[in-house]
Design a protein around this ligand. Structure first.
Ligand SMILES: [Zn+2]
Length: 244
């Protein structure tokens, strides 16, 4: 039986409908990364009542993660992030089904990971992984909710195969990825992760307007949100490779 009391504030006036709540409870969302963005996305999805989530991460919790990765507790330093994240969800909302894979996602091992999930939330920290995930999602017709942060700035967009451009259409894929050690600040990371969770809600329930062919750019120093429109770039190597 669905315990609606827990979610009743979701479907009061100006919220979502009860049918939308049922759709959330029946939905399955794949979260790539249980770091900063992943923490915020997992917390929000568990709170909203997304029925099933799958968390992918290969790392263990380190002390230096705790300035922003707010799902992981101090006592879990040294444990796998996927286990630490699942513990949090089970304590907070034991109705949510959690699947895990402690895996460093790559082109050789992703296939089984994505089976059964049509919505992927990109919570990876490296841009190399983000562009790889963009290609995988496009190839397998999965909706990808991209988010990323750099210091006080961040961005978010929702990529829907055949309806929108892809990550490489809106932000050109670098020829070489350099590892830059930029700051990761909790409020900035959690603004972006909350917006990613909001995209999940809109996509799953058909409520409002997801950020399709639009990228929202946040500047925490200037206290500014900007929306840039984009479209499929006919010269995009990723999109054209996918169409062949
Ligand atoms: Zn593209």
């Amino acid at each position: 039986m669905i315990k609606f009391a827990r979610y009743e504030k979701n479907f009061e006036k100006e919220g979502i409908t009860k049918e939308a709540q049922e759709r959330l409870l029946a939905s399955k969302v794949l979260i790539m990364g249980a770091g900063g963005l992943g923490s915020g996305v997992i917390m929000n999805l568990a709170a909203m009542g997304v029925g099933q989530i799958k968390i992918i991460d290969d790392d263990i919790v380190e002390e230096s993660n705790l300035n922003r990765q707010i799902i992981h507790k101090y006592k879990n330093i040294g444990r796998a992030k996927v286990i630490s994240a699942k513990d949090w969800v089970q304590e907070f909302n034991s109705d949510i089904k959690v699947e895990l894979d402690k895996i460093n996602l790559n082109e050789l091992n992703y296939f089984n990971v994505i089976q059964g999930y049509d919505i992927i939330v990109d919570c990876f920290d490296s841009y190399e992984s983000k562009y790889m995930l963009n290609e995988i999602a496009l190839r397998h017709n999965k909706i990808l909710i991209h988010g990323g942060t750099q210091g006080f700035r961040g961005q978010i967009t929702t990529i829907v195969p055949s309806k929108t451009g892809c990550l490489a259409c809106v932000m050109q894929k670098p020829k070489i990825f350099k590892e830059e050690h930029l700051a990761s600040l909790s409020p900035v990371v959690n603004v972006i992760s909350s917006l990613q969770a909001l995209e999940v809600l809109k996509i799953v329930t058909g409520t409002g307007e997801p950020l399709m062919n639009k990228i929202m750019i946040f500047d925490g120093l200037k206290s500014e949100f900007k929306i840039l429109n984009y479209a499929k770039n006919i010269a995009c190597e990723v999109c054209s490779a996918n169409e062949r």
